[in-house]
Design a protein around this ligand. Structure first.
Ligand SMILES: [Ca+2]
Length: 381
C-alpha cells in the first residue's frame, strides 16, 4: 500500500527518479501526496547534512517533497555555526521563504564535556572526531566561520524554537510528519518530553544513527550522532513511533569514491555553485589536505543522505532487519553504543526497521542527479 502511494508520486523506482520530468514536471508546488518532513540536523554547508538539504530542496521544487522546516541541533558543529550554515544554504538555494531554519539545543541533555573527557581518557580509541567538542564554542557572530561564498545576507533564523516548531508542525499535520533525524536527538527528545501528546501524531522517524553489528566511529563501539547525546537517543528510541534506522552498518557500505565524486564535482555540463562548493569542501577532506583531489583512493561515507533516499523510495534498502534497538547511556566504555535485539528484548523498546544494505548504484544515480540540478530554485511563496 505504501509502495503504491509512493508510485503515485512518481518516485516509485530508482529509474523513475531519473525521469521525474516525464511524470511530475517542474510543478514547483509540493503536491498533497508529497511527504511532509522536518529535517532535524546538525547542519553544515555541504557535508552530508548540507547535501541532504540540497537534495530535499530539489525534490520540493519538483513537487515530490514538502520540507516543513530545518531544525538545527549541536553535533557536527555548535548550534550557532550550524544555524548560520543552514541559513546560507536555504538562501543560496533560493528557498529561504519556503524553508525556515529553527534553532534548537546547544548542548546534549547530560553528556557534557567533562564526562566526555573522562570517557576518552579511560576508554581510548575511536576516530578522534568529537564534532562540536573539537572546536571552541562560538559566543558571538564574530566567532562564526563564513561559508566559502559568505554568510546569508537577508535570511534570519525563525523566532520560534526548534522544539516549538516540531510540536506545532506535528499538531498541525497529525499522522503526516516524518522526521529525518540526521543529528543528535536532543531536539526530538525535548519536544516529545515537553509535549508527549505529539508522540502518537508523528508519522515516523528515520535516523542516521547507531552502529549495531559493526564498530563505531567516534568510539570503538559508538556512532557519533547517538554518542553525542545518548540520553536523548535512548529516550527517542523508546517512543512508540514507527522508526527506521540507517546505521553505520549500511552507511559503511555506501561509500563515495573518486568516480562518484567526479560525477558531482567534475561534470562540465552541470557546474553550479553547489558543485563548486562540493569540490571545495569534499575534494580536500576534513583536514583540507587529504581528499579526492589529492588522493584517488580516498573514500568517505555520505551518511545522512541515505535517510532521504529511503523516505522517497524504501526499495533503495535491499536488506533490512526488524529488531528492537536500544542505546547505552551508562557514561562508560560503551556510551552511545547501539544494540539490536532480534528476540527477547528488554522491556519498553520498540521494534523498528534497521537498514543493512542499499542499492548502491541506484542510490548513487539519485544522489548525483539531485546534487547537479540547476540552482537557485524558484519556488512560490
Ligand atoms: Ca548529521
Amino acid at each position: 500500500m505504501k509502495r503504491l502511494l509512493v508510485a503515485m508520486t512518481c518516485v516509485a523506482s530508482v529509474t523513475a527518479v531519473l525521469a521525474i520530468s516525464a511524470c511530475g514536471g517542474n510543478s514547483l508546488n509540493a503536491s498533497s501526496a508529497a511527504p511532509k518532513v522536518i529535517i532535524d540536523s546538525d547542519y553544515n554547508t555541504l557535508s552530508d547534512d548540507g547535501q541532504l538539504g540540497v537534495m530535499a530542496a530539489q525534490l520540493q521544487a519538483q513537487g515530490s517533497l514538502n520540507v516543513l522546516g530545518i531544525t538545527v541541533v549541536s553535533g557536527n558543529q555548535w548550534l550557532k555555526q550550524g544555524v548560520a550554515d543552514a541559513l546560507k544554504s536555504v538562501e543560496r538555494l533560493g528557498v529561504e521563504k519556503q524553508i525556515g531554519v529553527y534553532a534548537g539545543a546547544n548542548y546534549a541533555l547530560s553528556h557534557d564535556f567533562a564526562t566526555i573527557q573522562a570517557e576518552q581518557k579511560q576508554f581510548p580509541g575511536g576516530d578522534g572526531y568529537l564534532g562540536a567538542w573539537n572546536n571552541p564554542e562560538p559566543k558571538s557572530d564574530s566567532d562564526l566561520v563564513a561559508p566559502p561564498d559568505g554568510f546569508a545576507t537577508h535570511t534570519k533564523v525563525q523566532s520560534k524554537s526548534a522544539v516549538d516548531f516540531i510540536v506545532d508542525s506535528v499538531k498541525q499535520n497529525p499522522g503526516e510528519v516524518t522526521i529525518l533525524a540526521i543529528g543528535p536527538l536532543t531536539n526530538i527528545a525535548l519536544a516529545t518530553r515537553q509535549h508527549p501528546e505529539i508522540v502518537p501524531l508523528i508519522k515516523q522517524i528515520i535516523y542516521m544513527g547507531g552502529a549495531i553489528d559493526v564498530p563505531g566511529n567516534t568510539t570503538p563501539t559508538a556512532e557519533f550522532n547517538w554518542w553525542f547525546d545518548p540520553e536523548a537517543a535512548k529516550a527517542v528510541l523508546h517512543l512508540p513511533i514507527k522508526q527506521v534506522v540507517i546505521p553505520l552498518d549500511v552507511t559503511d557500505t555506501v561509500k563515495m569514491d573518486k568516480a562518484l565524486y567526479d560525477r558531482v564535482a567534475h561534470d562540465p555540463t552541470k557546474q553550479t555553485i553547489i558543485t563548486q562548493l562540493f569540490k571545495t569542501l569534499n575534494g580536500y577532506g576534513f583536514d583540507g589536505k587529504n581528499g579526492f583531489e589529492t588522493d584517488p583512493n580516498y573514500t568517505t561515507n555520505i551518511w545522512d543522505t541515505l535517510t532521504l533516499a529511503y523516505l522517497m523510495n524504501p526499495s533503495f534498502a535491499t536488506q533490512t532487519v526488524d529488531e528492537w534497538v536500544d542505546v547505552d547511556m551508562s557514561f562508560g566504555a560503551n556510551d552511545g553504543k547501539a544494540t539490536g535485539y532480534t528476540s527477547s528484548p528488554p522491556a519498553g523498546l520498540q521494534k523498528m526497521t534497521v537498514v543493512k544494505r542499499f542499492d548502491n548504484p541506484g542510490f548513487f544515480n539519485f544522489y548525483v542527479d539531485l546534487l547537479t540540478r540547476p540552482v537557485p530554485l524558484t519556488l512560490p511563496n
